[in-house]
Design a protein around this ligand. Structure first.
Ligand SMILES: [Zn+2]
Length: 81
């Protein structure tokens, strides 16, 4: 059974909370945009973690849907309840 395109694909481990990030965590991501980047990477920023420890996590994803780098912003304070 091929799992390459289902939502359970593991993308990365969050450096802030060590939780796994799966493809289904990025529901807003439009895969078609990734294939139009001509080799450059797409930055995807999401709010991650459970309150009160939410953090802004940015993934740098290449055209093969591989996460090349992750970055947690320390400049954004997530206060939404
Ligand atoms: Zn996290």
């Amino acid at each position: 059974m091929s799992c390459n395109h289902d939502g359970n694909r593991l993308l990365a481990i969050c450096p802030a909370c060590d939780k796994k990030i799966f493809l289904h965590n990025l529901l807003q991501l439009e895969a078609s945009k990734l294939t139009q980047t001509n080799g450059s990477m797409v930055c995807v920023t999401l709010l991650h973690g459970e309150k009160p420890n939410r953090h802004a996590l940015t993934l740098f994803i290449d055209a093969n849907m591989k996460v090349r780098s992750t970055q947690v912003s320390t400049a954004i304070i997530v206060s939404r309840k």
